[in-house]
Design a protein around this ligand. Structure first.
Ligand code: URA
Length: 444
């Protein structure tokens, strides 16, 4: 009986999932109709997880044309609601990072851009695996709330000019389902699927301008500059075609950003940047991304660094945190236990591997293995050195923080081979912090 109902339902469908899978498996282009149907039918539960997994793997292996990626992205947008900021009195600009270790840039960046009259609707996520999540970091601030209604978000954008919050479940629900499936079927790394996943959410969010920070290196999804450039070009083309003024920076993720990786430790460092201090690489990238966002929103040519030095960005941060129930003056959580990793020898730090540091921070409790897991607010890593530092035997390189000291051993194991001390006189071989910039002209 049940089976007949299912057969009847399938007969009323425009396509058959197996035909769509076989088309891509045999390296043919999917038609717009096939793509729209398969995304819609998967969201409705008519296409099964195992069928979508097979299609995802065929896409990973055989790729997609620009037209296929654009239609796939539009279909994912159409699976849910679209937000509308056209009623705001200021232009909007957003930033999206493809994810890295120690990447706390959103925290100082959103209030900094708001200082210059551009509204920042920053829908962010939680960490999974070795890369941290912006919401997990902010939740280490007492009282701060990640979930806002659309009306609350709009009111805060009008009043404060910046909001960092969780994306509502109505935005691109097809992507939510597909991303969870990709995570467990080895298909996260497909460039067409990453590009459509990120851009469907950003276009549905309704921002007028978008700056993409595409990370390259050991701590990023994209391990090579060529892969990152292809991803950046694809995303810039998708944004531009959808009427969003989109640019991308390719930035170095072979080394963690700044001197902290974790949750509360990264908030503390972000507050240092907002107070006019902080590590030079975090300041440089924050200022560069702010300049790009302001330019993309039609407000370029401002002295962005001055707003960090004179306290205007800090004022905007405090208002933004308070508007979401947080107390910007509350002490940040501190882990109950620390342990130090010391240099085994005299020499020069030539490698400080972002992936190793991210994995160690995760194992200390800063990240989660499953999306339901809690994170430890105080867990993480403080770096006392950067590549190029001259060190003596026994000098501290890192401090590990956790509430659960039995985690130290596995965290230390993650760091094995991740820190290289070469003989004095050696130099690290590093890519620059900002490697390249891709705009609509490069993506065409
Ligand atoms: N972030 C996303 O939102 N989607 C991806 O596919 C990868 C990173």
């Amino acid at each position: 009986m049940v089976r007949r109902v299912c057969d009847d339902a399938r007969m009323s469908e425009a396509f058959d999932a197996v035909d769509v899978i076989v088309t891509k498996r045999d390296r043919h282009e999917l038609s717009d109709e096939q793509i729209r149907w398969v995304i819609d039918a998967y969201t409705r539960g008519v296409v099964a997880d195992e069928q979508m997994s097979a299609l995802g793997m065929a896409v990973l292996l055989n790729g997609m044309t620009r037209r296929e990626i654009a239609t796939w992205t539009q279909a994912m947008i159409a699976s849910g609601e679209r937000m509308d900021f056209s009623g705001l009195s200021r232009p909007t600009a957003d930033k999206h990072s493809t994810g890295g270790v120690g990447d706390k840039i959103t925290l100082p960046l959103a209030p900094l851009v708001a200082v210059f009259g551009v509204a920042v609707p920053q829908l962010s996520g939680r960490g999974l695996g070795h890369t941290g999540g912006t919401l997990d970091k902010l939740e280490s601030i007492s009282g701060w709330r990640a979930s806002l209604s659309n009306a609350e978000m709009l009111a805060q954008l009008d009043d404060v000019g910046a909001v960092i919050c969780a994306a509502g479940s109505g935005l691109a629900p097809a992507d939510k389902k597909l991303y969870a499936l990709r995570d467990v079927t080895g298909t996260v790394e497909a460039i067409p699927l990453i590009a459509s996943s990120i851009m469907s959410k950003k276009i549905a969010e309704g921002t007028g301008a978008l700056v993409l920070d595409v990370k390259v290196g050991s701590g990023a999804f994209m391990k090579t500059v060529d892969q990152a450039r292809e991803l950046a070009r694809t995303m810039v083309a998708l944004g531009t075609d959808a009427g969003v003024n989109t640019v991308a920076l390719l930035t170095n993720m072979d080394v963690p950003l700044g001197l902290t990786a974790g949750n509360a430790v990264e908030v503390r460092e972000s507050v240092e940047v907002l107070a006019g201090g902080g590590p030079p690489d975090v300041v440089e990238l924050t200022v560069r991304l702010a300049q790009e966002m302001l330019q993309a929103a039609g407000r370029g040519g401002q002295d962005v660094a001055a707003a960090l030095a004179d306290g205007r960005a800090m004022d905007a941060w405090r208002r933004m945190i308070r508007a979401q129930g947080g107390d910007p003056d509350a002490p940040l959580p501190v882990a109950r236990h620390t342990d130090q990793v010391r240099s085994p020898t005299d020499g020069v730090v030539t490698i400080l591997d972002a992936y190793a540091v991210g994995l160690a921070a995760w194992r200390l409790g800063a990240g989660r293995a499953r999306k339901e897991d809690p994170v430890q607010a105080g867990a993480g890593i403080e770096l006392h050195v950067r590549p190029g530092a001259v060190v003596r035997a026994g000098e501290p390189l890192l401090t590990l923080h956790t509430d659960t000291p039995e985690r130290f051993e596995r965290a230390r194991a993650a760091l094995d081979g991740g820190i290289v001390i070469a003989p004095e006189g050696s130099r690290p071989d590093l890519l620059p912090l900002v490697i390249d910039r891709i705009d609509a002209g490069d993506a065409a």
